[in-house]
Design a protein around this ligand. Structure first.
Ligand SMILES: Cc1cc2nc3c(=O)[nH]c(=O)nc-3n(C[C@H](O)[C@H](O)[C@H](O)COP(=O)(O)OP(=O)(O)OC[C@H]3O[C@@H](n4cnc5c(N)ncnc54)[C@H](O)[C@@H]3O)c2cc1C
Length: 542
């Protein structure tokens, strides 16, 4: 076998996964039945956490140059402005949402993957798969009709909602079809009184309808209309005339003119809300829409899929390289399923985007101006939409053992905040340094306050990591000021940060044995304590 992992599907999720695996020295084959990257109107927004994940994989800046950052969104009730949503409240190098077409993301990711030595095999369809204890056997059909029998230690289905891998592994896609909701979308240049300001979007609320309008990198807007579904049998793509009428009626702009940028970008879609019963069956795994899918209320399907690929690649590489037991892969399944289940639940209450009946519309729009005027509301919403406040606190990988009952700072399972640091021993340069630039996807990072990092402490911590397969960098850091010190956490605690940037362990510096037992459990086959993830109340974001 000259391949370690076969990735099925070169959408945004399969490509992210393949890049993550390649960066960690895993040999990847990636196949897709399509002749090339798809060209259709799908996702447009990369939220902050997905941007951070892609940045950690080396493509953050490439994407930034091809997109346009969304700075503010004006919320209208029909033709009346209710207020403004602003973005970028979080501390992150990628705090704002980036508007970029999904097909551009896919093209840029394919190019990056090619730079890493792996090319997508287009026109290659997976038709069957069987997993054994030590390998996956599968069948591929090529463009010329030839059928190939292939084998690899692992196979990951990233081939969308109609996943062959999921079907052949016998994994149920649990959930249901969503009725009564239709999405009509298209890219167009409007002639209207609102003008065209890069970085500004609009949301129009109306009874039975909501309309999202986001700027496109090359000029013009994506019009995205959630509406009741008056005729579920209607499947034909909308015309520009239909889109114009929808926008004109929703925003009360009878004189509106819309000019389509390209007719390919007009589509009509309906959705199901579904999550696979599990994301792993032995040597077979699922990611992206193959694992979970829901109506694009909130615009997060692709984003959550990318976060899943970022979560899975390092775990699969660690297991394949013998650095961790296979049960580490079950933590991917548990964490990602829970994320998706929570999303689906939350999005059912997203009244900013779901069409409301007239009474609901009136009640909701009456509350919006006061809410938008509150900084706290703006900040909380931004942290939620950006995915920066989402955590894996209930994961089997999250162990929280601080010295006292409550201490400030991130808890086990939280995203490690991007704390500003002063230049320190081992860190070059004099200006503030961001912690995220010092974390690495290829290792764990043990973060502690430099003020507590005496020679004895460092020796004990290094000994705790010694002789174990997981690569750990011990990183003493000096926060920029007292506010940053609070964000880093109590100085008497250590924080062991996973390769994907979430805190795995919080423990007192004085108890290196806790660190050792965490790493030993990770390494030992089947000894990572797999307790099932459970619901957890929302927590305070950092
Ligand atoms: C209308 C619409 C609007 C959306 N808007 C948003 C949004 O605003 N924000 C957001 O985050 N998400 C949005 N989404 C969701 C987003 O597009 C998906 O979540 C995303 O495409 C999932 O990526 P993926 O890589 O898992 O799967 P896909 O993008 O579906 O890619 C799967 C790939 O697998 C290939 N394939 C399929 N079967 C096989 C096979 N048997 N063998 C080999 N290859 C195969 C396909 O050709 C395809 O290239 C939207 C989706 C739709 C339909």
């Amino acid at each position: 076998m000259d391949v370690d992992v076969c990735v099925v599907g070169a959408g945004p999720v399969g490509l992210t996964l393949a890049i993550g695996l390649r960066r960690l020295g895993v040999r990847v084959r990636i196949v897709d039945k399509a002749p090339a990257t798809k060209r259709e109107a799908r996702a447009l927004v990369l939220w902050a956490r997905a941007r951070e994940a892609l940045d950690a994989l080396g493509v953050g800046e490439t994407l930034r140059h091809r997109g346009v950052e969304l700075e503010a969104v004006t919320v209208h009730a029909r033709d009346r402005a209710l207020g403004e949503l602003t973005t970028g409240w979080a501390r992150s190098a990628h705090a704002r949402p980036l508007n970029i077409e999904q097909h551009d993301i896919e093209r840029l990711l394919s190019e990056e993957l090619a730079r890493l030595g792996t090319r997508v095999e287009w026109n290659t369809e997976l038709t069957d798969v069987k997993v054994h204890d030590d390998r996956a056997e599968f069948t591929l059909r090529h463009e010329n009709g030839t059928v190939e029998s292939a084998v690899a230690p692992w196979i990951v289905g990233c081939e969308g909602t109609a996943s062959v891998v999921r079907d052949r592994l016998g994994i149920a896609f649990e959930g249901r079809r969503r009725t009564g909701l239709q999405v009509v979308q298209g890219n167009a240049h409007p002639t209207w009184r609102l003008g065209e300001e890069p970085g500004r979007g609009h949301i129009f609320l109306a009874p039975h309808r909501s309309l999202l309008v986001f700027p496109l990198p090359g000029g013009g807007f994506r019009f995205f209309c959630f509406r009741d579904d008056p005729d579920p049998t209607l499947t034909a793509a909308p015309t520009i005339g239909e889109l114009r009428d929808l926008v004109a009626e929703t925003a009360l702009m009878p004189g509106l003119r819309l000019e389509a940028t390209d007719h390919l970008w007009l589509n009509r879609a309906r959705f199901s809300d579904r999550v696979a019963a599990r994301l792993r069956s032995g040597r077979g795994l699922l990611a992206g829409d193959a694992a979970h899918a829901w109506a694009p209320v909130g615009g997060h399907g692709m984003n959550v899929g990318i976060l899943g690929a970022h979560n899975l690649a390092w775990k699969l590489a660690a297991v394949h390289h013998g650095q961790a037991g296979e049960s580490l892969l079950d933590t991917y399944s548990d964490e990602q399923r829970l994320l998706a289940v929570r999303y689906i639940r939350e999005m059912r209450f997203n009244f900013m985007e779901l069409p409301l009946p007239p009474l609901g519309f009136r009640a909701f729009t009456a509350t919006v101006p006061a809410a938008l005027a509150r900084r706290g509301f703006q900040r909380r919403l931004d942290l939620r939409l950006s995915d920066l406040s989402r955590s894996h606190r209930d994961s089997a990988l999250s162990r929280h053992r601080p010295g006292r009952r409550y201490r400030a700072g991130p808890r086990a399972g939280d995203r490690m905040p991007d704390v500003a640091l002063t230049a320190d021993a081992g860190i070059q340069g004099a200006a503030a340094v961001r912690l995220h630039t010092l974390l690495g996807y290829e290792r764990w990072t043990l973060v502690l306050h430099a003020a507590r990092a005496g020679a004895g402490v460092l020796d004990a911590l290094r000994q705790a990591c010694e002789g174990l397969p997981a690569p750990v960098r011990v990183l003493p850091v000096t926060p920029w000021d007292t506010a940053e010190a609070r964000r880093l956490g109590h100085p008497d605690d250590l924080r062991l940060v996973r390769p994907d940037g979430y805190v795995g362990l919080v423990a007192p510096l004085a108890r290196p044995a806790l660190l050792r037992s965490y790493l030993v459990a990770l390494a030992a086959e089947g000894r990572t304590p797999v307790r099932r993830a459970q619901e957890h109340p929302p927590h305070r974001p950092h």
